[in-house]
Design a protein around this ligand. Structure first.
Ligand code: ADP
Ligand code: MG
Length: 259
């Protein structure tokens, strides 16, 4: 890892070999809109990074560039020391190394819950069917929806569907999972059941990038909070430090509106 960037702001004492996702001077435009500006961000193995910031600040785009749902205009992104692949089988492998959980669940509506969790394992990981099923059932049990395995997504509550989506991401054996507002589409009474699964993953050492407005989760599970506004990382700090002593006016203003 020679081209590792210097992380702005805090830097915890984790050795370089533990750098799993490294964004270096990343820039991206949508037409005239400069949606990601000079982004330097390093995610260490086992780290839980919560990304917060006003709507439109580029949080979703940041997540989407990390698993190459969006291309970047300049800069570099490496996963486990390797640059993001451009296409083909390498890209499919990248997508299974970098799991993604969306606000809108994105389950396959015409597949059962079990099939949703088996599919990627069979198609991308080339796992045999029996093994994929065993693993899928175990993961569904782990997120508390084992009894729903043979139902279709529409027969489940939002909280259950999102837990299936997490099981589906886990089934690929990802190195990191990106969560983009995973509880924003849920009824309030279902938010905790999803956050609890995420808390459990965090405790087990999963590397996670979580875009969320759930500040309770950020306080209890995050190693680091990254605050974005207008396509830039404005500041980053431990949750204790960030919430008690935000340095930028943008962060102070944002926190005064949501807390
Ligand atoms: P956030 O997730 O922080 O709300 P986004 O990353 O979704 O922000 O969006 C950042 C900005 O980029 C917004 O102004 C949004 O309208 C714009 N944007 C996002 N996706 C696209 C796209 N595919 N084409 C054009 N503009 C987009
Ligand atoms: Mg978003």
């Amino acid at each position: 890892m020679s081209n590792v960037s210097v992380t702005k702001g805090v830097r915890d004492a984790v050795p370089t070999a533990d750098e799993l996702v490294v964004l270096s001077d990343v820039n991206k435009h949508f037409g005239a809109l400069h949606v990601l500006q000079d982004i330097d961000l390093t995610i260490h193995r086992g780290e839980v990074v919560v990304v917060i910031g006003p709507s439109g600040s580029g949080k979703s785009t940041l997540c989407r560039t990390i698993n190459r749902l969006e291309t970047i205009d300049s800069g570099s992104i490496t996963i486990d020391g390797k640059p993001l692949p451009q296409e083909g089988r390498e890209l499919a492998r990248l997508r299974s190394d970098v799991g993604m959980v969306f606000q809108s669940f994105n389950l396959f509506a015409h597949k059962t819950v079990l099939e949703n969790v088996m599919l990627g394992q069979i198609k991308v990981r080339k796992t045999d069917k029996k093994e994929a099923e065993t693993r899928a059932r175990a993961l569904l049990d782990r997120v508390g929806v084992g009894a729903q395995a043979d139902k279709y997504p529409a027969q489940l509550s939002g909280g259950q569907q999102q837990r299936v989506a997490i099981a589906r991401a886990l089934a690929m054996g990802p190195k990191v999972i990106l969560f983009d507002e995973p509880t924003s589409a849920l009824d309030p009474e279902m938010i905790n059941e999803v956050l609890e699964v995420m808390q459990q993953l965090a405790r087990e050492g999963m590397t996670m990038v979580v875009v969320t407005h759930e500040m309770g989760f950020a306080r209890s599970a995050a190693n680091r909070v990254v605050f974005m506004a207008d396509g830039r990382i404005i500041e980053q700090a431990s949750p204790e430090e960030f919430f008690s002593n935000p340095r930028s006016d943008r962060a102070k203003d944002f926190l005064s509106k949501i807390l």
